[in-house]
Write a protein that binds this ligand. Sequence first.
Ligand SMILES: NC(=O)c1ccc[n+]([C@@H]2O[C@H](COP(=O)([O-])OP(=O)(O)OC[C@H]3O[C@@H](n4cnc5c(N)ncnc54)[C@H](OP(=O)(O)O)[C@@H]3O)[C@@H](O)[C@H]2O)c1
Length: 314
Amino acid sequence: MTGHTPITTAFTAESTAAEVVAGIDLTGRRAVVTGGASGIGIETARALAGAGAEVTLAVRNLAAGERTADDIIATTGNKQVLVAPLDLADRASVTAFTAAWDGPLHILVNNAGIMACPEARTAEGWELQFATNHLGHFALATGLHRALAAAGGARVASVSSSAHLRSPVVFDDIGFRERDYEPWAAYGQSKTANVLFAVEASKRWAADGITVNALMPGGIRTGLQRYVTEADLDRLRAQAGSEPARWKTPEQGAATSVLVVTSPLLDGVGGRYFEDCNEAGLNQPGSRRGVAAYALDPDAAALLWQVSLDLLAS
Ligand SMILES: NC(=O)c1ccc[n+]([C@@H]2O[C@H](COP(=O)([O-])OP(=O)(O)OC[C@H]3O[C@@H](n4cnc5c(N)ncnc54)[C@H](OP(=O)(O)O)[C@@H]3O)[C@@H](O)[C@H]2O)c1
């Protein structure tokens, strides 16, 4: 049990981001989408811009960002689509982004990510998936906290994955110093961190009117699978057992992100995990759906927050 009545909506795995945001007016709202120049990020940004928001694509590939912005402007008619440089694995880049941000921020979609890459480390020696998927977004969101608070009712989406079921945050060895590096364990750990961030941030920032929710977008064919072979995918599908893996379109993959940052049903709701446009229950043995109890653990969430602060201050 998650201890509260789960949020349910009329939307499903088939719903698209445009359907989820239909009828919602985001005029005057400002949004940031990390990784907004590819995959799910493009369609997340397009849906928010289509509803009238000013959208900043926070990307490390500026040329791709500009191409995406032009495309979104052309398809939505909203000219307020901006591009700004952000490399989540580079502390100076994150600091430069947050320092340059001026005014309120109503919507932050922590969407960028890398999956199951070969072992790699940042300049600090941090394991790259944890550094990119969690620490970079942690630094970004905490760096933007004042702007989020200034918005009054800001929403943050922490894009996680069902892969969080593969690993808790292993506090004794987050950096794979003592254990052999395993790409999926590292990805799973980072995606659990994305959920724990939503839990602790919602607690710490409730008084500022900021809510943070985590989500699983679904399985979508994107650049994310660049390190994954067909054999890996077959193995993952087999592990899904009786639940056949169905690929979503990017427009469907963006729907749950857009739901958690725009739906009136989530007013004041934070620290929860959504999939297929509805709040998920606890994972059951043998299933690849739902959220792991360890990902909602408030003690782990508080510890991760402190560990993250310590790492960034080191
Ligand atoms: N696709 C799926 O099936 C699936 C399933 C579960 C969860 N997710 C999650 O959904 C999110 C979006 O994934 P996607 O499928 O849309 O993948 P994608 O097309 O590969 O997009 C990921 C984005 O993250 C960006 N990125 C990677 N490292 C970065 C860094 N250091 N700094 C800034 N940006 C960086 C990438 O930029 P570049 O283009 O420059 O590399 C890219 O724009 C990820 O968080 C992923 O874990 C996806």
